[in-house]
Design a protein around this ligand. Structure first.
Ligand SMILES: *Cc1c(COP(=O)(O)O)cnc(C)c1O
Length: 425
């Protein structure tokens, strides 16, 4: 094996890694390059990528169409401020996103990360009420198992354990975090909860169809329809956090389509630029937008990230949308779903395997014990794949462009490693 590159050895002492206990963490792998659905390591090994870099690289890495668009924009204008100045990629992207989302989701507010897009959505919902003179609607309703980001307001609407509500008790705003209604009884209980306790709530926030970073838990379209109906009945806004599900991951361009539900606010990020640049959007309905229109300067939405509507990132996003138009991404996602549904079956029922499930291009094996997570991670790399178990799951969310051979390598590795794990437990 080739020696570790100098930049890794020297930089390691100065870097702080995400979600990582730095005292005990195994070292990160040095990456030399990416291409398609492969990650090329500095020592020459190649891994089949099962994660698409946290669900972003939906067309695979280094797609030539996105590269060309970004290179052309880089030569013309990498960035210009958005206050008072308009750039063509951003305005074109706003028009396209409004066209892809159902009416009346027509107003796009750009930012640079998913957490910030969620902060903006929450702020929009709060100020929607304030601008109408309603002061008591200052809290949010969210769900156990949810993940909406790492900034403070976003954390406050995450699952209490995931969002570390007890660790940050006192520092986090207190929200209504309730069980996600999954059946008639759950829906009735949710409705009763809103009737009794929802008087101070501005909005309900949900990840439609898939709770992602909370453990890839799925729910049906009837849940979304029930949430929409409950919001209408109790006068709350509905925020759909499509940061993970948006752009085809569940088999439709947006997950809400599968329930024919139109939220009041939608958040987008992750696959928005096809995995090339940081960009996010918070898209509001006409009704939400109109609540900010008045003669009073104070009624304006008080937000404006420095790199808002960055032209390079918007050029990447426009190129990514071109690919959704020109290439059969949704059909590819559904073909991956069909493969995952069959290929992961052999581990169902093995000792320690709690559940096996697939929805769109998301395949999940749920385990009863994650105490050997580092062992699992190491076996996957040995098997030539990049898979990152977390919480109680081993999962894959590959690029939609993954070919049959690489997809089979991925699922073979999943089945092989989980089978070995089950035998040795
Ligand atoms: C990843 C994610 C976020 C946070 O996005 P960041 O870009 O990491 O801040 C928010 N909501 C959902 C559903 C996500 O999957």
């Amino acid at each position: 094996m080739a020696a570790e590159p100098a930049w890794l050895a020297e930089g390691r002492r100065h870097i702080w890694l995400p979600y990582t206990q730095m005292a005990t963490a195994p070292p990160s792998l040095a990456v030399a390059a990416t291409e398609g659905t492969r990650i090329v390591l500095a020592d020459g090994r190649e891994l089949v990528d099962g994660i698409a870099s946290w669900w972003t690289a939906c067309h695979g890495y280094n797609h030539p169409h996105i590269r060309t668009a970004v290179a052309e924009q880089l030569a013309r204008m990498p960035h210009v401020m958005f206050g008072g100045l308009a750039n063509e990629p951003a305005l074109r992207l706003a028009k396209r996103l409004a066209g892809l989302l159902p009416d009346p989701l027509n107003r796009v507010f750009f930012s640079d990360s998913g957490s910030v897009a969620v902060e903006i959505a929450l702020k929009m919902a709060l100020q929607f009420w304030l601008n109408r003179g309603v002061r008591e609607r200052h809290r949010f309703v969210s769900f156990q198992g949810a993940y909406h980001g790492d900034t403070f307001a976003a954390m406050s609407v995450c699952d209490p354990e995931e969002g570390m509500h007890s660790l940050f008790a006192g520092a986090l705003p207190e929200q209504h975090v309730v069980p996600l209604p999954r059946d008639e009884a759950g829906i009735a209980a949710f409705d009763a909860y809103l009737a009794a306790q929802g008087g101070d709530a501005a909005a309900v926030i949900v990840e439609p169809l898939v709770q992602g970073a909370g453990g890839m838990r799925f729910h049906g379209p009837e849940t979304l329809r029930a949430l929409r109906a409950a919001c209408d009945r109790h006068g709350l806004l509905l925020i759909a956090d499509e940061i993970m599900t948006g752009f085809g991951r569940t088999g439709t361009l947006f997950a809400c389509e599968q329930a024919s539900v139109v939220p009041d606010i939608v958040t987008l990020s992750k696959a928005l630029t096809g995995g090339t640049m940081a960009l996010a959007a918070t898209v509001a309905s006409d009704r939400v937008f109109e609540a900010f229109l008045s003669e009073a300067a104070d009624d304006a939405l008080m937000h404006g990230p420095t790199f808002m509507a960055n032209p390079l990132a918007c050029a990447a996003a426009n190129a990514s949308l071109d690919l959704f138009e020109r290439e059969p991404r949704l059909a590819q996602a559904r073909a991956i779903e069909a493969h995952l549904g069959e290929a992961l079956e052999p581990v169902r029922g093995l000792p320690g395997v709690v559940d096996v499930r697939a929805h769109g291009a998301i395949g999940v094996i749920q385990l009863d014990d994650m105490s050997r997570i580092d062992w699992l991670k190491a076996r996957f790399v040995e098997a030539g794949v990049w898979v990152r178990p977390f919480a109680d799951i081993v999962y894959v969310t590959p690029a939609f462009t993954i070919d049959e051979a690489d997809l089979a390598r991925l699922t073979d590795a999943l089945v092989g490693v989980v089978t070995a794990w089950s035998r040795e437990r």
